[in-house]
Design a protein around this ligand. Structure first.
Ligand code: BG6
Length: 472
């Protein structure tokens, strides 16, 4: 790539989450969170909220043992030249059940130490308040986010962490992939609910409204407590194409896209679209006038999103032959897929960047992007050219968007160190620049190995994105 395209202060880095990395699931006073109840494999979401079965295997209970090895891992991120690391705080390290009046000091101390370690290397922490890690006690007591009783507990948690880390963390994100609740209420809204169940739409939209209200409170608190603090939202961008130019297919795609934009409309514009308001009415969502006032007065400062793929909608007979980022859809014949059926579409990233920027005119941050693949260790090396190829094409798409005026703050590839897959619970589905020697049953040495992509990404960062390889 010729000349600098990315701004000098561009946040090159990576992204992880507490439950997929930390392990130590009951250590130092931590309570159980919803993710702690998920087993590995096809039945993963069926065990949601159930008591821990001593005979079952729960991959995130030890995960990659980041809780004990974070210093080694942060040193590796620094070696790659990271400017930023996105991670989440495990809510239940701070409030083990979620409803305590006083926080757990040992949990607070862990994140103090982690943020200090990052700052030691000049790495900016970008912190997700919650990444599918709702306290299990709250989820069971209230039935998840469809109950607005969740809001005061979330508020106390936000106030606590903003006060504690106000001098160490400037960039915050409220809920991970807030719109994922449309496809996966279990993860997104801590509710044991699946599409097709009675009351699905009613509960889902009630939860959406409650979470959007809670998010506005988080923004308010962040701005009041953290001097210079920036609150961002986090959208799962699953941009949907119409299967053909048949207007019925195009309408179908538009209809699904606007359900996702509904979330960003509230958080970036401060109000629901007219369509959003009609949805609330249609499903009898309970609201209070103060909710709308909070939303209006507390819009987010930037919009972050995850991007893995695009999806396809068809007005024809339902044909769910594709797979995607938790939501499945039709296979796009123009795109190649990874082993898990997720289709690769760098042009889709350019489309998402342009669409979101032109819609909101606020800074964007890529909070997740990457290729899940099975890696093989050969003589102590991992030759992951497929990952380099994927990332290179997506960074190129970012450069194209930036050249056209899109304000992009940073690029944080997902799972910069191998971690537990969220949708399958596997370790085999690896995203990292750093290989972690642990398998799908938690067996291994936990040794960290630099992959070929590690050295490649280090060059990309050092050159501020001008040295991507063969691409123009
Ligand atoms: C995003 C989530 O949906 O996708 C992450 O925010 C998740 O938590 C990532 O890990 C990749 O999905 P998976 O299922 O491959 O881990």
């Amino acid at each position: 790539m010729k000349g600098d395209v990315f701004p000098k202060d561009f946040l090159w880095g990576g992204a992880i989450s507490a439950h997929q990395c930390e392990g130590a699931y009951l250590e130092d006073g931590k309570g159980l969170c919803t993710a702690d109840t998920l087993v590995a494999g096809a039945d993963r979401f069926k065990t949601f909220g159930k008591p821990i079965d001593p005979d079952a295997y729960y991959p995130n209970h030890k995960a990659i043992d980041f809780y004990h090895r974070y210093k080694e891992d942060v040193a590796l991120f620094a070696e790659m030249g990271f400017k930023a690391l996105r991670t989440s705080i495990a809510w239940t390290r701070i409030f083990p059940n979620g409803d305590e009046e006083e926080p757990n000091e040992k949990g607070l101390q862990f994140y103090d130490d982690l943020f200090d370690e990052l700052h030691k290397y000049g790495i900016e922490p970008i912190v997700t308040v919650t990444h599918y890690e709702t306290p299990l006690y709250l989820a069971n007591k209230y039935g998840g986010w469809k109950n607005r009783e969740m809001i005061p507990h979330f508020e106390r948690y936000c106030r606590t962490i903003f006060k504690r880390y106000k001098d160490k963390v400037k960039y915050w994100l409220n809920f991970n992939e807030i719109n994922s609740m449309l496809y996966m209420g279990v993860l997104g809204a801590a509710m044991p609910i699946f599409r097709g169940m009675k009351g699905f739409e009613e509960d889902t939209w009630q939860a959406a409204h409650n979470m959007l209200t809670a998010a506005a409170i988080a923004t308010k608190l962040c701005h009041e407590i953290v001097s210079g603090g920036k609150m961002g939202m986090m959208l799962s961008s699953m941009y949907i194409y119409g299967a053909t130019c048949n207007p019925a297919d195009q309408w179908m795609a538009y209809e699904q896209n606007r359900r996702q934009f509904l979330f960003s409309d509230v958080m970036m514009r401060g109000h629901y679209s007219s369509f959003g308001l009609k949805l609330l009415e249609k499903y009898g969502v309970q609201t209070m006038p103060s909710d709308f006032e909070l939303m209006r007065e507390n819009v987010c400062d930037y919009l972050s999103f995850s991007y893995y793929s695009t999806m396809v909608a068809s007005s024809g007979p339902a044909k769910n032959d594709g797979k995607g980022n938790m939501a499945s859809g039709m296979r796009n014949p123009y795109l190649k897929s990874n082993e898990w059926g997720w289709q690769m579409d760098p042009t889709g990233l350019r489309l998402v960047l342009s669409t979101l920027y032109e819609r909101y005119e606020k800074p964007l941050l890529i909070a997740e992007n990457g290729l899940g693949a099975t890696d093989v260790v050969e003589d102590g090396c991992v030759h992951d050219d497929y990952r380099i190829e994927y990332l290179r094409a997506h960074i190129q798409a970012c450069a194209d968007a930036v050249r056209e005026g899109v304000q992009l703050m940073g690029y944080l590839p997902w799972g910069c160190i191998d971690l537990v897959s969220c949708s399958t619970g596997e370790m085999r589905k690896r995203y990292g620049f750093i290989y972690v020697d642990v398998d799908d049953r938690g067996q291994g040495t936990f040794e960290r190995i630099r992959k070929d992509s590690f050295y490649w990404y280090r060059r990309v960062i050092a050159s501020n994105g001008t040295m991507l390889g063969d691409i123009k």
